[in-house]
Ligand binder design. Structure first.
Ligand code: ADP
Ligand code: GLC
Length: 508
């Protein structure tokens, strides 16, 4: 018998993706399966996901879940051997574009019902009430799956361990308390000892309180979320569970993000032969309609265009940067909050031939961007992990990033002035003011003008090990610690008594 884990989330590549969560879910499941853990993935049956999933088989009809009649469809995550479960109901059927917001950018009114339904369905699987095998552990991700641990507790399903992973504490799934009955939340869970959070029902709080273990995606973020600055009001609740809080940094899918074998870039390269990178730079300049100048410092932004990602700060910093450095070029790829998107479009108009923008979600352009740019500008007010700068580092694109969360752990700063710090991989900066970002970019441009230092930094960035092997092992250890006794040994080759009963992360 294999160890079985059901990973429940709202996104998984290549089926549906709005951010790093989707990358993590599929890459984690793949890495676990390579370790012999039978990991399956469950997400909602968004129409786009159904279409991309290919062959699906109805395996159960579910009555009595919020949102009306529903079905479970089984298949395989494309291009992998990961068993896939899609949860379908009439509400998810309507999500034809973005999974969370409508065409005007407003949150769908029925999000609470949709994701409560997903959780109820996952708990049916955990209860062994569907044809699917009962998992030993259910791994709930973010608020979308936050209700699962609470429902497991409520139904006394103690033979299934539960882990909640927080990928982003800013999204909490807080909804009016008067929805409780409709969401299948009994009185016993509606109080302050349960899901109540400032008068609302909070899906994330339910997960934090009732999961056997809670994890987050970097060591620094695990420390930060216990403080008011980064806790988004949940710091008290998290401190209450700090002995069960573990940090497992994400990895990178090194097959998909590989400069040496990437079918989506103009020419492949590696840290010993960087000639291909020059070709990629030219391709990127061409793609964005910028002059084909091999010596222009080319800085890229490639992320969600939001307040979290400091789009406002970038909008005010970039004009100064372009005025101070007359050869600099900037490209922007992203989508998100409308006013910021427009801000970048206006900048492109103002700095024609120097700054170019593509508003939209585009995988091919993202690869071209990481491969072709010299630097990646990644300002963020908080960053649980931050896959984007890791992708850029793999392609020798030096990140200029905020000193927060996962960035602290993955980027070694070059140092403020003079000789470059050993093993430097990028530039980290503090602060959220225009000048903070302008100064950091200035530092990067200074280093860019010192080719020996610059190439050393590129090499360092490209040779860092960000694979999923270590993280998958850490997850397997955590699963082993929360699985029912008779299944613990299945999760790992290591005897359970030497496995991590103690949290991987704990502050003094
Ligand atoms: P977050 O999940 O907070 O958005 P991450 O950096 O961890 O941040 O992950 C973002 C993921 O989304 C990366 O895979 C990145 O390449 C991708 N991404 C973001 N915006 C776009 C876009 N406009 N086009 C293509 N990929 C994008
Ligand atoms: C979230 C975070 C990001 C992280 C990703 C995957 O979207 O904002 O920092 O990399 O989840 O864990």
């Amino acid at each position: 018998m294999n160890a079985r884990v059901l990973i429940v989330a709202s996104e998984a590549i290549p089926l549906i993706k709005t951010g790093g969560l989707a990358d993590v879910i599929t890459a984690l499941a793949k890495a676990l399966r390579e370790r012999g853990v039978d990991a399956s993935v469950m997400i909602p049956a968004y129409p786009a996901a159904m279409q991309r999933a290919g062959k699906l088989q109805e395996i159960a009809r579910l009555e009595d879940v919020p949102g009306g009649e529903a079905r479970l469809l089984a298949g395989v995550v494309p291009d992998t051997d990961i068993p896939l479960v899609l949860f379908q109901n009439a509400l998810f059927d309507r999500r034809t574009a973005n999974p969370y917001v409508d065409d005007t950018g407003a949150e769908f009114a029925d999000n609470a019902i949709c994701f409560a339904a997903l959780a109820h369905a996952a708990v049916r699987i955990c209860a062994g009430k569907t044809p699917l095998p009962k998992p030993h552990v259910v791994h709930a991700n973010d608020w979308h799956a936050g209700l699962i641990p609470a429902l497991l507790r409520l139904q006394n399903l103690g033979d299934v361990g539960s882990l909640l992973t927080i990928h982003n504490l800013a999204f909490q799934g807080n909804y009016p308390m008067d929805l409780a009955a409709q969401l299948g939340i009994p009185e016993s869970l509606r109080g302050a000892e349960g899901m109540e959070f400032w008068g609302n029902l909070s899906f994330l709080k339910a997960g934090i309180l009732f999961a056997d273990k809670v994890s987050t995606v970097s060591h620094s973020y695990a420390r930060e979320i216990l403080t008011p600055r980064f806790g988004h009001g949940m710091e008290g609740i998290l401190n209450g569970r700090r002995k069960d809080l573990v940090a497992i940094p994400n990895g990178v899918d090194t097959t998909f993000w590989n400069p040496d074998a990437d079918a989506l870039i103009a020419r492949t390269f590696n840290h010993e032969d960087m000639r291909g990178k020059s070709a990629c730079k030219r391709d990127l300049q061409q793609m964005f309609g910028l002059p084909l100048d091999p010596f222009a410092p080319l800085m890229a932004i490639g992320s969600r265009i939001t307040h979290q990602k400091m789009a406002d700060v970038a909008l005010s910093a970039l004009p100064t940067v372009l005025e101070q450095h007359e050869r600099a070029q900037v490209i922007v790829l992203g989508c998100g909050e409308r006013a910021y998107e427009q801000g970048f479009v206006d900048l492109a108009e103002r700095f024609k031939g120097r700054l170019a923008v593509h508003i939209g979600y585009d995988e091919r352009r993202a690869h071209a961007l990481h491969a072709g740019a010299d630097m990646l500008l990644h300002g963020t007010r908080f960053e649980p992990f931050g896959l984007t700068p890791l992708y850029s580092m793999r392609y020798g694109t030096v990140p200029i990033a905020s000193r927060v969360g996962g960035m602290i752990d993955s980027i070694v700063d070059a140092g403020a002035t003079g000789a470059m710090a050993p093993a430097a991989r990028g530039i980290l900066f503090d602060g959220e003011q225009t000048e903070d970002m302008v100064r950091a970019i200035g530092r990067a441009f200074e280093l860019y003008a010192r080719p020996i230092d610059w190439h050393a930094m590129q090499r360092e960035a490209m040779s860092a090990d960000f694979s999923w092997n270590g993280p998958a092992e850490s997850y397997a250890n955590v699963y082993a610690g929360i699985a029912p006794n008779n299944a613990r040994a299945l999760f790992q080759p290591v005897p359970p008594e030497t496995s991590t009963e103690a949290p991987l992360y704990m502050t003094a």
